[in-house]
Design a protein around this ligand. Structure first.
Ligand code: G1P
Length: 299
């Protein structure tokens, strides 16, 4: 048994250049799927997993994320006076009672590993989660992080979410090699950041959910900059797994890469089709759109 994770780190300092011009003023984590920004899905998943301290690693341009989690007195008052109870609850539950948000600035864009290291003073000496909000994971049962936190609590090992990807896609991910899998978990024997398909040790890719033991900070502090001159989380994990168990975890759920146009579209379609109020209408809209564009047969 290991202590339950209570703190989650959200690296949100990236520029989001793929979504320009929208991201000129709106951080990519604030792009919505239906009516909730990506960061809200990530935060809800962390809270469901048992986290009560949310650490946002941000930069000086990302006021929108801090504003979003701040209390909106005027808006709340207006909604209350107008008797709009449902909307009031939605606004209040952005950050439920008992959960606190902490903002840490990453002064220079030195990579994901560096972003996680910036959270060290808030995390201290306990296991913690890292969630990359671009990776949206849809599931009807337990969220991906809860599944991982349960497993990590039972084994004491650090845990990294993985899924199979096509071999030609390995260059976009951290790729792991594992010893044999026992149900959903397998001990990682090697991890490499964004290998060319011919060099990849497998096609098992890292997805943006990690449960890490605090020893990772030691390796983040001592790991030299890797791919792209950045301090890579993957490289620090590669060092960590030489001294303690780090497990790959095949989560239950469907992951959408909302850092890409298609991933964002795919997620929007999935959440619309699964929406309790919008589902039927969304289905009709999609059918009509296909008909209008003359798409009669789908392969
Ligand atoms: C990061 C990690 C990579 C991981 C990916 C998951 O890469 O460095 O190991 O596979 O997230 O989304 P990024 O997509 O930020 O370049």
């Amino acid at each position: 048994m290991s202590p339950r994770i209570r703190k989650a780190v959200f690296p949100v300092a990236g520029l989001g250049t793929r979504f320009l011009p929208a991201t000129k003023t709106v951080p990519k984590e604030m792009l919505p799927i239906i009516d909730r920004p990506l960061i809200q899905y990530a935060v809800d998943e962390a809270i469901e997993a048992g986290c009560d301290t949310l650490v946002f690693v941000t930069n000086r341009y990302k006021h929108a994320v801090a504003d979003y989690f701040d209390k909106a007195y005027e808006l709340e008052q207006k909604l209350e006076r107008a008797g709009k109870q449902e909307q009031l609850e939605l606004v209040r539950n952005v950050l439920p009672k008992g959960v606190r948000a902490v903002f840490v600035t990453q002064a220079e864009a030195l990579g994901l590993g560096h972003a996680v290291l910036c959270a060290k003073p808030v995390i201290g000496d306990e296991p913690f989660a890292v969630i990359l909000p671009d990776d949206l994971i849809w599931n009807h049962g337990d969220g991906a992080l809860k599944q991982m936190a349960d497993a990590a609590e039972a084994t004491g090992a650090s845990m990294i979410a993985v899924q199979d990807v096509p071999r030609e896609a390995t260059g976009s991910y951290g790729i792991v090699a594992t010893e044999s899998f026992d149900k959903r978990q397998g001990r990682i024997s090697a991890i490499v950041e964004k290998p060319r398909s011919e060099d990849a040790p497998s096609t098992l890719a890292v997805v943006g959910r990690y449960v890490l033991n605090p020893r990772i900070f030691h390796w983040l502090e001592t790991t030299a900059p890797g791919a792209g001159g950045e301090i890579q989380l993957t490289d620090a994990i590669a060092a960590l797994l030489k001294e303690e168990a780090v497990n790959a975890f095949r989560f239950q759920g469907t992951r959408f890469d909302c850092g890409t146009h298609l991933g964002l579209i795919e997620a929007t379609i999935r959440y619309a089709l699964d929406h309790e109020k919008l589902s039927d209408a969304a289905q009709r809209l999609m059918q009509d759109a296909l008909k209008e564009l003359g798409v009669t047969e789908l392969e």
